[in-house]
Every structure is written in C-alpha cells, then in structure tokens.
Design a protein around this ligand. Structure first.
Ligand code: GLC
Length: 437
C-alpha cells in the first residue's frame, strides 16, 4: 500500500470509530473486550450450507461451487442469488440478519459492509491464523477487518479502469489514452469527427442512484485532488476540489459528453452499451474485460479496446476501492463447513481459475505479477496500481445512511435538481451529522 493510501485507511478507521460512538444501542459492539489478536471462537458444525451473493454475471461462481460439491457430497453449497445492485443485496442480507434467519450461511459482502455487519454481530470473527493473509493485497485485507479483528476473507478486489476504443482513437490520430479529463474530451471530439464515431457517447460510468454512484462521485472528487473524508476522519466535501470533481460529472451531463442514458447506468447496462459500440470511454471494473472481449458474437468491441488508468483533473485519477469479502452469518448452521469452503474459494488455485474465466480482480497479490497471466490480461499491472492507490469508502457502522447521503447529493446535482455548491454544502452538513459523536 502506498503511504497515501495507508494514511487514508487509518483516517477511515477513525471515521468508523466516530460513527460507532454515535451509534448507541442499536449498533452493538462486536469487540467484547481485549485489543484484538486473541483467538477467534471455534466455528462448528458440518453439513449443507448456502452462499448468498449478488447476481453472478460471470457464471463461474457456480462452476467453483460444483467443484467443491463434487469433493464434499455431505457439505454441499447452494448458491442463493440476490439482485444485481449492491444496495439491494445489502437490504436482503440486513433483513435476514435482523430476523436471525439461518437461510444464508456464507455472505458475499461488499467491502463496505464489513464494519456494519461486524458491529451488529451479524457475522462471526474468523480465525486469522488459518488464512495466509500476507499473500493477499493489503488494501483488500484491511476491508475484511473490523477493530483489528478479521471478520471475512477477501475474495474479489476491484479497482476502476478506463476502457477506451483504441481502434477509434488510433484512427483519429490519438496515440495515447487520455490522462486528464480535458484530454479525454479532446479525444472524444476527434473520434466523434469520424463517421463511425458520430453517434457515440463520449463517457459513462455508474451514475444511477445506488452504490456505484458513491464510487464514481468519490473518484471524481479524489481525481480533482479532493477527499470525501479527510485524514482526520471528518467529512470534507465543501471544498474547491470537491466542486471541481462533482462539476466534471455535472458538466458532462450538461454538455452531452455523458450521454443521457448513462445517468441510469449501473454496471451491467453500461457494459452492454460499451460492448454494443455506443461508448468511446467507459469507467468500469475489471470484470468487463472478459465479457467485452468475448468472440461469440455477444460483443462488437472484442479486440478493439484498450485499458488505462482513469483520468483526473491534472493527471491520472484515483479509484475508489471496491471488492467483495466472504463472511459467515452468525445465525447459520454448519460454520465449520463454511470456513473450509471460504478457504477453498480464496485458495490460489480457485482465484487463478476465476481470473482466467472471468477477469475479475483476484485478492492474491502474486497473481498480478504472473507473466503468463499478464499476457492474457495485459491490464493487470494497471489494475494493481489502481487498487493499491485506491481510497476505501468509510468503514462506517451506519454506512447505509452515509452512502444514501452521497448518492442524494451527486444524483441531485447531475440531474440539475440542485447546484453543485448547494449539493456539497448540504452533503457536508449531513455527513457531519452522521459522523458526530
Ligand atoms: C462493485 C464493487 C463494489 C461496489 C459496487 C458498486 O461490485 O466491487 O465494491 O460497491 O461495484 O456498484
């Protein structure tokens, strides 16, 4: 992790502490004393279990589960598929936990939910000594911890990438991927001057009102030199840099560089637009690489696009840290089976086969330096940089309220319901309230 990213992580842990302090009885406290490092309680029970996960758009998750099931006929795993959007997955997992249901055993948690689930004792502590955490990307491991204890295992990481139509940039005489927003706009103008570029949208990301917008808004702010939360753990969005960041999105919608339809894009609609040839640039997670490169006729852009770091105001931008962790529900039976299954799922072999099948970002660091893999996935070094320099979202126990406030502000400004200045000053007050002691 870079020094900057390390400092940011520390700051975000401070946010977690502040939010927890304001959280009263409903938050609970999973740390029943001690300062971490003690042995986690044993996980017991063997037999069938479930894996609750967001919609698997790759199809490979079932393959890995089938492999496990063949080897463990008495400890079979059944996938329970939840909706595609992160916020809806969270709602279902929270509801399930609130009624203490044993329906979900392993939870495929977005990295931003660990604090909330751990603090509420909805997931159990994991035996840290049974995972070779030193071989995982450090920022990913941090997202699986709460108050120094491990509550999940990092399964997928995620960092933002800029997908661009290399074929069209080449044709328009643009020899390098843009590093700044201005360069990106200039490249768009050139591509749009080509007959085949005329009807294309310049840029899209995830701009619907959901978790993806929190990621994209934070990236815009960070990529203009700003921050959503400062090193002191306090919200800091009423700044010139944050305005510049949000205005990149607001002005993009106004000018049409961000096509109208993109304001409703989550990951999948954006991916479909990109691989249908409708976009010149697309901010997206690594999973898009495999699908957009498919040669079965489902993608019109296979072999035609490149991948670069996301651009920023004055140079390369700064990603939001994404990813998913596997945790074990506190209310589930057969926790010993769940632990073994998670070890299997995060083994080097499973992660490598998953990367080969899906292009999702692994959490095991050595896979990013494997020459054979880099040949197949040339963006791996760019992705590793993206993840290592990414800024985590706040590890807040009341994360649901924090992200809703961010989405409200960004969506309102992008859709012309409020000015950038009003959106950010309102957001600042709201975040201050949510993180006040
Ligand atoms: C990806 C990321 C996740 C993020 C989500 C937003 O799934 O891995 O961390 O919250 O996108 O849509």
């Amino acid at each position: 992790m870079s020094a900057g990213a390390r400092a940011r992580s520390a700051a975000l842990l401070a946010v977690a502490a502040i939010v927890l302090a304001g959280c009263g009885d409903d938050g609970g406290d999973a740390d029943s004393g001690g300062s971490g490092g003690g042995a986690a309680p044993a996980l017991e029970g063997r037999g069938p279990i479930t894996l609750a996960t967001g919609k698997d758009t790759s199809g490979n998750m079932q393959k890995l589960v089938d492999q496990w099931n063949t080897d463990h006929p008495d400890e079979k795993v059944t996938i329970t598929e939840l909706p595609e959007a992160a916020d809806e997955q969270r709602n279902q997992m929270v509801q399930n936990a609130q009624v203490k249901s044993d329906a979900f055993t392993v939870l495929n948690l977005d990295v931003v939910w660990t604090a909330e689930f751990a603090a509420n004792r909805w997931i159990v502590e994991m035996p840290q000594d049974q995972f070779d955490l030193e071989n995982f990307l450090e920022p990913a491991v941090e997202t699986a911890k709460y108050r120094d204890k491990l509550y999940a295992a990092p399964v997928y990481s995620d960092g933002a990438l800029l997908y661009y139509r290399k074929d069209l940039l080449d044709k328009a005489g643009v020899t390098e991927a843009p590093k700044t927003w201005d360069e990106m706009a200039a490249a768009c103008d050139k591509v749009k001057a080509l007959p085949e570029g005329k009807a294309m949208g310049c840029y899209a990301g995830q701009f619907d009102k959901y978790e993806g917008l929190t990621c994209n808004f934070s990236e815009a702010v960070q990529s203009a030199g700003g921050e959503v939360f400062g090193d002191d753990g306090k919200p800091n969005v009423n700044t010139e840099e944050a305005k510049k960041g949000l205005n990149f999105l607001v002005d993009g919608v106004k000018s049409g560089e961000i096509p109208k339809a993109a304001v409703t894009f989550q990951e999948e609609p954006g991916r479909r637009a990109f691989q249908d040839g409708q976009l010149i640039f697309h901010r997206q997670w690594p999973y898009q690489f495999a699908l957009a490169n498919a040669t079965d006729g489902s993608s019109k852009v296979a072999g035609k696009f490149g991948i670069a770091p996301i651009p920023g105001a004055d140079g390369p931008g700064v990603s939001t840290l994404g990813g998913h962790n596997h945790a074990i529900s506190a209310f589930a039976k057969n926790k010993a089976t769940a632990l073994d299954f998670i070890k299997f799922f995060t083994s080097e072999e499973s992660e490598k086969s998953n990367l080969l099948a899906t292009s999702q970002a692994p959490t095991r660091a050595n896979l990013y330096d494997d020459q054979e893999l880099i040949e197949k996935f040339p963006y791996l070094p760019t992705l590793k940089d993206s993840i290592e320099n990414a800024v985590p979202r706040p590890a807040a126990v009341k994360y649901g309220d924090v992200t809703a406030a961010i989405q409200e502000a960004a969506y309102g400004a992008m859709n012309g319901e409020k000015s950038t200045d009003d959106a950010l000053s309102e957001l600042q007050s709201k975040l201050e309230e949510l993180t006040a002691e």
